[in-house]
Design a protein around this ligand. Sequence first.
Ligand code: HEM
Length: 391
Amino acid sequence: MPSATSSPPTSKTSNTFSEPDSKTTRKGNLSRLFWVIYSAMVFSTSMAIRGIQRKTASLKLGSISIRMHAFDIVESEIRSRLIPLLSSFSFVVAVSEFSEAFDLASKLSAQRGLPPSSLIWKAKSVLNLGSEKKLKQAIKMVDEFAQCMIKQRRVMGFSDKHDLLSRFMGTIDDDKYLRDIVVSFLLAGRDTVASGLTSFFWLLSRHPKVESYIRYELEKVMSLSSLSTDEDQQSVTFDQMREMHFLHAALCESLRLFPPVQIDSKFVQNEDGLPDCTFVKKGTRVTYHPYAMGRMERVWGSDCLEFNPERWLRNGRYIPENPYKYPVFQAGLRVCLGKEMALVEMKCVVLAIISRFNIRVTNPYQGPRFAPGLTATVRGGLPVIVQQRGV
Ligand code: HEM
């Protein structure tokens, strides 16, 4: 653990595995749960982006005020839905029709790229057959959901609202464009965050000391705060969370080993050369591989395969890496606009869960296996045992 904040976790936060007690534990599928919760949360902060809107979106998404707004929304979803769900004896996650349609559309779109030639899906699409027919139906349902959300917001009024959709509605009148913005952001921000959280909980199950240290850091920031005299303060505030350097480091380290976007391709617009002088002609597909890059000894050193949050800390403070070395959120012009928001969301969920529950993966020795798709979805989900702490 980092030297500047190296006091050992208290016994209260120590994290030895205890056998599940039938009254306090329940089994569930964490990745499925995150997907469902996030479909609601990301919608309330989602926004469109294309061409000229990128700049506007980038300013808005990166701003402290929008991150604080996201923090409030996520906190409220956690309190009203996630915690009650995890606390109930057996949790069955209700999957909405929309959620199913969204998953199907993502899966079928990704499957288009699997056969060697695109002719197959194009022919099926023209003839409206099989998977292409299902894809069209799924996309229609997703679009209708987004349209309905925009229509409702118009009826309810948006000028006094602070969420991103309302802010964009103030500048864009075209509802079809707004719909595409909502769907794009949902696509960009939903499964990525769910995937990152799922892998993180798998890693925590394998590294209980890291989990204990996050709990210790949480207790520390809360006790140092002037709010600590306020007996009503039950959960961390946005500012306190920003002081949690170890948590931030642990999430970055987890995303290094399990990036939600494992590979990403670009097509060359005009003939060009790569930095190593490889010639690339117009139309060439160039793929970079964040999953492989995060595990290269040449880049990360001999302990590249270890989960070691300390590699991100100097004197207890988080030091960011060069995004070209760590392209989990891409780098340069097309860098992820939701990076900061994603980290806020992930931190909120992690803190809410680990301060109240012990989450144990049922088979921690089996690493996550990913299904083919746009984002790294854990195949079959991540079966876990949830145990309420202190019971
Ligand atoms: C851990 C979570 C996330 C990861 C790892 C991630 C990663 C990425 C990556 C690699 C790209 C570049 C894709 C490309 O150029 O092909 C990207 C783009 C983008 N991301 Fe994220 N993302 C995450 C969460 C989010 C969230 C929560 C949002 C918004 C709510 C978001 C919004 C966007 C947008 C709008 C773009 C498109 C930027 C552009 O093309 O100009 N992302 N993301």
